[in-house]
Design a protein around this ligand. Structure first.
Ligand code: IYR
Length: 226
């Protein structure tokens, strides 16, 4: 449909187009690649090229967002002193979580994952991507502008980030130290930003073990109304 509004011009969108066979093959390939992704907690300290990280973050930046406000900031932490500061602060919070703040049910649910308050990966991984959500925007003169569906938008961007990391042949962990407001202070973020996820990224250590867990089957997660 033609839409004419000189103030807000539209451009023609050229969607990707595949035949039915290609659609099935591409989807099957993406599914098998997706099935191979696992969160890991043991990283190699081998560095990762900055250009690759820039591209991965650019992929996350293609996520849809409320009113296209793109309410996210991705901080890439490579500096070992800053990584150490983040590890110490995260471990201090987690120490309190594992020793009183988490319910017995929560601790029982985490038992199969083998997690505890020690977070060596926050120093070992060559980089940490700290994702911040931007609650609103400031203009230079201090005027505030609203963002919309901020958590939804940033959550989608993080999903795409994690998938791009995996697609590149790297590994990551979605780490959620709680509370994580220390990240705003350590990284000196502006007052409109809140820490959303802490994602250590790198190559896996030589031998990595992961919990033997299964994913829900399509009929457990998908409900058709035909
Ligand atoms: N944030 C803690 C605890 C934790 C919570 C959940 I839910 C997990 O899936 C895994 C861990 C930690 O990182 O140890």
């Amino acid at each position: 449909m033609e839409r004419i509004n000189a103030a807000f011009p539209f451009i023609t969108y050229h969607a990707q187009s595949f035949n039915k066979e290609e659609m099935k093959t591409r989807t099957a390939e993406l599914l098998s690649e997706s099935c191979m992704r696992r969160s890991i907690r043991e990283f190699s300290d081998e560095p990762v090229e900055s250009e690759l990280i820039n591209q991965i973050i650019s992929i996350a930046g293609t996520a849809p967002s409320g009113a296209n406000k793109q309410p996210w900031s991705f901080c890439v932490v490579q500096n070992p002193v800053v990584k150490r500061e983040i590890r110490l602060a995260a471990e201090a919070e987690e120490m309190r979580n594992y020793n009183g703040r988490m319910s017995d049910e929560w601790l029982r649910d985490l038992a199969p994952l083998g997690t505890d308050e020690h977070k060596p990966f926050l120093e070992k991984a060559p980089l940490l991507i700290v994702v911040f959500k931007r609650l609103f925007e400031f203009e230079a003169d201090g005027t505030k502008h609203q963002n919309y569906y901020v958590s939804e938008s940033v959550g989608i961007a993080c999903g795409m980030l994690i998938h791009a990391i995996h697609h590149a042949g790297l590994c990551c962990l979605t780490h959620t130290p709680s509370p994580m407001n220390f990240l705003e202070k350590v990284l000196g973020r502006p007052s409109n930003e809140r820490a959303f996820l802490l994602i250590p990224v790198g190559y896996p250590a030589k031998r990595v073990s992961v919990p033997d867990i299964r994913r829900k089957k399509p009929d457990e997660i998908c409900f058709w109304y035909s």
